[in-house]
Design a protein around this ligand. Structure first.
Ligand SMILES: NC(=O)c1ccc[n+]([C@@H]2O[C@H](COP(=O)([O-])OP(=O)(O)OC[C@H]3O[C@@H](n4cnc5c(N)ncnc54)[C@H](OP(=O)(O)O)[C@@H]3O)[C@@H](O)[C@H]2O)c1
Length: 333
């Protein structure tokens, strides 16, 4: 089969021939049709993801395709099933553990989905809705599930709550769409007024350009009626967390997701305790979260689709920061 492998260098990625994978007991072989990129893939490629990281992986975590073969113990009728693969295929449900995290595709020591085929546990896939494309499905495993977990995996949001989403990338766009569909009021931020106009079209009720309004946390709290927002989807990390803590209301929640501005940094611990804010780390979610999120009916916003041979250009598109929503590779093309 054809696949891409990182080579520890910045040279363009090229497809190579790989041995055909075979499904073992309890596993399925998936013919991959589409894969999507996440910010994580850019830092894995650059060797900046941290931890014990192989530099010759098949990259990307998010894939959708068709079950082409099954291993012992898996019913034969599953061949032909259209599926989306879990970001951590061994996290079926239940609490998060280190072992589940270690199974995350396209990072650490685990090959990912930028290939024509992959073998995963039979329980590690979710059904792709019948009328959805593989491109729609491939957009979900990391960004969609993370957004879903932020909004519904903790205290949960309710109609009339106010949610703040930062920027217009993959996670934040899904979060905007899910929150709007759940009847919440959404405040969206972006560095670009054009992207804010698109966020409005997707259902954002209030918009802040974080470049023009550096004190956007206080502005969001004001828009939310003074006390602050109920939940912040915090994708920025150290450079944005203190603004997020200004935006959130007493007793509210900050779902801590991202590292766009770096991993470390100073945190206003006083704001966390004085406002009794719940700061909850989110690491994607389970296959069960994926199944539920796929049934939400929320179609992903697709920025651009690249043919398999042009996977390198897909990385460039994500790196440019010009994208809105998800950048996808059409493996079947
Ligand atoms: N913990 C988890 O499970 C998990 C899962 C998925 C992603 N993540 C992390 O979440 C972050 C976002 O991932 P993604 O895949 O959605 O990224 P992405 O699609 O590349 O989106 C990045 C967007 O974030 C916005 N942004 C950049 N710097 C910002 C800043 N200083 N303040 C506010 N917004 C900023 C920009 O939006 P504008 O162009 O509109 O300004 C940019 O387009 C990354 O750090 C990623 O590693 C974590």
């Amino acid at each position: 089969m054809r696949a891409f492998r990182l080579d520890g260098a910045t040279a363009p990625l090229k497809p190579i021939e790989e041995t055909e994978p075979q499904a073992g007991p309890g596993e399925v072989l998936v013919d991959l049709k589409a894969a999507s990129l996440n910010y994580r893939d850019t830092i894995v490629r650059e060797g900046r993801y941290g931890g014990d990281q192989r530099n010759d992986l098949i990259p990307l975590s998010d894939g959708a395709g068709v079950i082409a073969a099954v291993g012992d113990g898996v019913p034969g009728e599953r061949v032909g099933e259209r599926v989306v693969i879990g970001f951590m295929p061994n996290w079926t449900e239940g609490p998060f553990t280190g072992a589940k995290q270690a199974g995350a595709l396209g990072g650490g020591h685990v090959d990912g989905v930028l290939a024509e085929r992959i073998v995963v546990p039979a329980s590690g896939v979710a059904k792709l809705p019948d009328d959805w494309s593989f491109i729609d499905g491939a957009a979900y495993p990391c960004a969609g599930v993370t957004a879903w977990n932020c909004l519904f995996g903790g205290n949960g949001i309710h109609p009339g709550d106010t949610v703040l989403v930062e920027g217009t990338g993959g996670v934040s766009t899904f979060a905007l769409q899910f929150a709007h569909a759940a009847g919440a009021r959404v405040i969206a931020t972006s560095s670009s007024n054009d992207k804010l106009a698109e966020a409005r079209r997707l259902g954002a009720d209030a918009l802040i350009n974080y470049r023009e309004t550096p004190d956007w946390g206080a502005r969001a709290a004001e828009i939310a009626g003074g006390e602050g927002v109920n939940l912040v989807v915090e994708v920025g990390g150290s450079g944005t967390l203190n603004q997020a803590l200004q935006a959130v209301r007493p007793g509210g929640e900050v779902a801590l997701v991202g590292v766009l501005t770096g991993f470390g940094g100073e945190v206003n611990t006083g704001a966390i305790l004085m406002k009794a804010v719940e700061v909850r780390g989110v690491y994607v979610g389970s296959v069960s979260h994926l199944s539920t999120a796929l049934r939400s009916g929320v179609r992903p916003v697709i920025d651009e689709v690249f043919a398999f041979d042009r996977a390198d250009a897909a990385f460039e598109r994500l790196r440019s920061g010009a994208h809105r929503g998800k950048v996808v590779v059409d493996i079947a093309a």
